[in-house]
Design a protein around this ligand. Structure first.
Ligand code: SF4
Length: 87
């Protein structure tokens, strides 16, 4: 089983919670103050990053679920291997 992080980056308010809870996976961008998923595939539209996607393993799920749970605007989504949204 594997999972995918799907970060709705444009709606991130830059609170820093994800990077505080799971710094192995999340960091704050010095450029615009929003968070980034380290090593993620960045999907851009009109020069703006509209989503970030990263495949993660079972072992990496719990930490990212914690990050998703603490996001105040619910822009961190986790999908299972079937592409079903868990959060
Ligand atoms: S917790 Fe949510 S709003 Fe806060 S920086 Fe992370 S993704 Fe953005």
């Amino acid at each position: 089983m594997s999972y995918k992080i799907d970060h709705d980056r444009p709606n991130c308010i830059g609170c820093g919670a994800c990077a505080a809870v799971a710094p192995e996976f999340w960091e704050m961008s010095a450029a615009d103050g929003k968070s980034d998923v380290k090593g993620a595939k960045r999907i851009e539209e009109g020069g703006e990053i509209i989503r970030e996607e990263l495949d993660i393993t079972d072992d990496q799920f719990a930490k990212n679920k914690e990050a998703a749970d603490c996001c105040p605007v619910n822009v961190i989504h986790l999908l299972n291997a079937k592409g079903e949204k868990i959060i």
